[in-house]
Write a protein that binds this ligand. Structure first.
Ligand SMILES: [Zn+2]
Length: 836
């Protein structure tokens, strides 16, 4: 089983299909390219930190032009970023970005690996990164990836020599790669890994530099290039009609959640790699110089090489099946190799080539895309040979119990469909990304099954083995069970087959704020994983909170159907926070996880089970004013968050901003990066400033200093900088303890800055006119104090507030202090007793 799982990672034929998960149907020229790759025995590993860091031009070049096994090791799965195509963030975004990398690799021909490091958000320095990641564990995972993949060449995306000039994750990826290069062949390092793999020494390590790393093209022209290799990656592939940069662009365009659609170019395209470790090749264009990349590399390989070079030379584009007898002869010889590493790789490659030459199509499909453990599903098993090769289908096996003897001769172009029933094992694990099954730390995923470390995704739950005899040699093919259906618009759609629990449940609101001690109703949605579920639901809650009723019955007759239950939650009198979790009892089982299906056309449908938790917060909060106007920016959760604490929020369209609209509101809040994204605001600034002057209250959240749509974001001089405080625990010093914003209606203290998440804030102004009063001071370790995070100015009869504090992150996390401080910002000028 382990061997099967390992080889499913390899991907021989590249694919330009629009929809993910479609089976491969290689063309005659794709088969020829695969044969050339079969005759190359060399490997390149590209190393960086995030999905999108990788240089797809180089990966595609090494995979498609050089024909090397090429892989990208991304230390993280990119959970920390923003999502441009849907609502998924954090873990679910990491799942999407993992699949986007796999989609990119299906196009550029690379493989994909990860470590257990979590993308916890922006980090200024590798020291911080490596303190939050478990450095030893990440290094161990990099070493493991190298020992398993056995690259001859490693290429780092980032420079290890300039900490502090880019994201700390970036520099860390290069530093760890170099450290791993030096210890990977040392058997005393991570000796437990040697039970499943061997020590290995890559020959060279490079840094994929460019003029950008030199500050300017002029500096790069003048730089010493002794250790630099130049590679022209702008090659053209007649077999696909595409240039290498065009393939690279198609690959990069899979990073759709990041909006990295990219257009390819044609013509010469230089890439530069700087030697960091190992010896400089004499022949500078050949990074593999001194490494035998032919079949002679391995003991017993020469004879195989002789057969396969003849296959390549005599390949008949009009009749690929003519190559089958010689390919089968080579397959048999490969089975006798003592080098298990290359034997595994080349066995998988040649099997795929033999199947492709025979027009052999094998598929195991189910009548549904998910089922529960213990249930029965209908299967369709399809096998067809479209050549004159002698092929016999001997049997079909499934480790779960199916074993069908056939001994059926597969005649040219005769389709064989077998209908079967399969009972899923009662103890079959549910499908979910393996790195999310246990709660990790801020910087690390927790993975208990060590065999899964490094793998891009959880192995498929159900696979079928088709045992064939091809030209008198037994060859088996392993196929994962899939679901296929016809969509009236998209046509044939494939989905992975998944095992789901009998029931899953979630509370509709992820954060529920109680601004007084009055009770609130919460809605629990229960979803059935099979027909006829019958049980009851309870809600787990902190001791000082109460939930009524204690339990409620749930009956659902159809799989996939949902039921809605209302529970009443009663908060304590004092400020308090905690988590509530719905627990669905069915028979002796208790289900506490929420099921999310992620569906996009560019990646296979993802089924994710995460702990079903909603945060409940009893806030000690007072508010002044009632009607808040909100002008949307790049997207935050201001309206729903303020409604949670009792405000009425109306969203104002930019074209509707006028004196009469604004005057009806107690305060106006501008969404994050509105001055970067909303063109119309440049015509509305005067109306907003006039509103303030006449006694209004305007709160502007962070913008970046680049591509501002207005000349002035404030009625007074205010210069936005790149200052940010990324440590969410950084000390916050109150500069103006008597200021209204820290006292009315809520007394703000250091306690209000506890429990913040991801960061304090970003893009703080660093210069402002004297009308502004800086309220807070904070800084990351080793930096000078930054006092631009919250600036308040009196303008006419009203108040203008500019804040780079990360309310957009703290509100969804239910951080009490963020709500209390924001309520004070909204209340400025409404204190009848005193004014500043
Ligand atoms: Zn990055």
């Amino acid at each position: 089983m382990k061997r099967i799982l390992q080889v499913t990672l390899l991907c021989l034929f590249t694919s330009l299909h629009i929809f993910a998960q479609q089976p491969q149907k290689p063309t005659s020229s794709e088969i020829y390219e695969a044969i050339k790759k079969l005759n190359f025995l060399g490997s390149v590993l590209y190393v960086a930190a995030h999905p999108d860091d990788e240089n797809t031009r180089l990966i595609s070049y090494f995979s498609n032009e050089v024909k090397a096994r090429t892989a990208y090791l991304s230390l993280t799965r990119g959970d920390g970023g923003q999502n441009l195509i849907g609502p998924e963030i954090r873990e679910l975004l990491g799942v999407i970005r993992t699949q986007e990398l796999l989609a990119a690799r299906r196009i550029d021909g690379g493989e994909q690996f990860f470590t257990r490091a979590n993308d916890f958000g922006y980090s200024k320095h590798p020291d911080e990164t490596l303190a939050i990641w478990n450095k030893e564990e990440v290094l161990s995972d990099v070493v493991l990836a190298i020992r398993k993949f056995k690259p001859d060449i490693i290429i780092n995306r980032f420079n290890h020599r300039n900490p502090g000039t880019t994201h700390g994750h970036h520099t860390s990826s290069a530093m760890l790669s170099i450290e791993a290069f030096d210890i990977v062949n040392d058997k005393s390092k991570y000796p437990n890994q040697l039970q499943t793999t061997e020590a290995w020494q890559p020959k060279r390590l490079f840094f994929n530099t460019s003029w950008w790393f030199y500050g300017s093209r002029e500096n790069f022209e003048k730089a010493d290039k002794t250790n630099l290799l130049e590679i022209d990656t702008g090659v053209f592939f007649p077999s696909s009609g595409l240039s290498n940069p065009e393939i690279a662009a198609l690959s990069r365009s899979q990073h759709k959640s990041q909006g990295f659609g990219s257009s390819g170019s044609r013509g010469s395209q230089m890439e530069y790699i700087e030697l960091i470790k190992g010896d400089l090749p004499n022949e500078k264009a050949n990074i593999f110089e001194g490494i035998d990349t032919t079949w002679n590399r391995i003991e017993g390989g020469q004879a195989i090489g002789n057969i396969l070079h003849a296959v390549q030379e005599n390949y008949d584009f009009n009749n690929p099946s003519a190559s089958i007898p010689e390919l089968v002869r080579a397959y048999k010889a490969i089975q006798n190799l003592s080098d298990t590493h290359w034997k595994t790789i080349k066995t998988k490659e040649i099997k795929d080539i033999i199947a492709a030459c025979a027009g052999l199509y094998i598929e195991a499909s189910a009548n549904t895309n998910h089922a529960t453990a213990g249930s029965e599903i209908d299967l369709n098993l399809e096998v067809i040979n479209r050549s004159d090769a002698n092929i016999v289908l001997k049997s079909i096996n499934n480790p779960n119990g199916i074993s069908i003897d056939k001994n059926l001769e597969l005649k040219n172009n005769v389709n064989y469909d077998f209908k079967e029933k399969l009972k899923v094992n009662a103890n079959q694990n549910v499908s979910t990304p393996y790195w999310l099954t246990k709660k990790g730390s801020l910087g690390m995923y927790k993975v208990e099954d060590k065999n899964l470390i490094g793998k891009p995704e959880t192995p498929r739950p159900l696979v079928f083995e088709f045992h064939l005899n091809i030209e008198n040699i037994d060859i088996s093919y392993t196929k994962p069970l899939v679901y296929k259906t016809n969509d009236p618009v998209k046509g044939e759609v494939y989905k992975p087959f998944e095992i789901i629990p009998e029931a899953s449940a979630h509370i509709t609101e992820k954060v529920i704020i109680f601004d007084s001690d009055s009770q609130r109703d919460v809605e629990v949605i229960v979803k059935a994983g099979r027909d006829n579920i019958d049980g009851y639901v309870q809600i787990a809650h902190p001791n000082n909170w109460k939930v009524f009723p204690e339990k409620q019955k749930v009956n659902i007759s159809n799989k996939g159907q949902e039921a809605s239950l209302i529970f009443t939650v009663i908060p304590p009198n004092e400020q308090s926070e905690g988590l509530i979790t719905p627990m669905v009892h069915i028979g002796n089982n208790i289900y506490t996880r929420a099921l999310t299906e992620i569906e996009y056309d560019h990646i296979p449908t993802q089924t994710v089970l995460l702990p079903s938790e909603s945060k409940i917060v009893r806030l000690d909060i007072k508010t002044k004013g009632q009607h808040i106007g909100y002008i949307e920016g790049a997207g935050d959760v201001i309206p729903e968050s303020l409604e949670q604490i009792g405000y009425k929020v109306s969203t104002i369209a930019p074209e509707d901003i006028s004196a009469s609209t604004l005057n009806s509101f107690d305060a106006i809040v501008i969404g994050i990066r509105a001055y970067n994204t909303v063109d119309d605001l440049k015509f509305k600034q005067q109306a907003l400033f006039d509103y303030v002057a006449q006694g209004g209250n305007l709160i502007v959240q962070y913008n970046t200093n680049r591509r501002l749509k207005v000349d002035q974001v404030a009625p007074f001089e205010l210069k936005i900088s790149r200052d940010r405080v990324t440590d969410e625990t950084a000390e916050v010093r109150l500069l103006e303890t008597d200021h209204e914003v820290l006292n009315y209606p809520n007394k703000i203290t250091a306690k209000d800055f506890e429990g913040w998440t991801q960061e304090r804030g970003l893009y703080f102004p660093n210069e402002w006119s004297e009308e502004f009063i800086p309220i807070l001071s904070m800084n990351d370790k080793g930096e000078t104090p930054k006092s631009g995070s919250l600036l308040v100015a009196k303008h006419g009869k009203g108040y203008y507030v500019y804040s780079g504090l990360s309310f957009f992150r703290e509100f969804p996390a239910g951080v009490p202090g963020a709500y209390r401080l924001f309520a004070n910002m909204l209340s400025l000028g409404k204190n009848d007793i005193k004014t500043n």
